[in-house]
Design a protein around this ligand. Sequence first.
Ligand SMILES: [Zn+2]
Length: 153
Amino acid sequence: MYICTHCNQPVPDPVRLLRGRPLRYAYKCPRGHLLYDRRLLGFTREQSFIASFFNALMACAVILAATSSAGSLLTKSHTAWAGYTLVVFVVAGILVISRALKWEKQGGAVARLVPRAMGMGLACIFAGSGLFAVRLAIHLIRYVDERHLAFFR
Ligand SMILES: [Zn+2]
């Protein structure tokens, strides 16, 4: 079910616009509001927490692969690009969760979008901070390893 965040109403039968327009202008509510949310990066359609979580995780993986390979073509240092991307994931996740909390507070039809926003936000934070933690752990292990070897040398 699509939800109009402006009217705070479910839209059972969204108005489909002509083809050839950018995708985000594809659906409108009967009063003419776009059924799109910038923070969700998608249509304001109900989705379960689990489905949203895994969709966002997949999207994060694709974006990370794309930015790090594009970065390595441009600068030969894909790690810095990957690092920036992880920060962007965490920031995007926080923004989506703040939107979810606002909708939850507001109540009504928009509250039905909360599981989707929460799933997406947590997936972004999970992807960003999880990969960051892995990188940190690798650095730490290397550091300890070098110290350890120096001690016995
Ligand atoms: Zn509307």
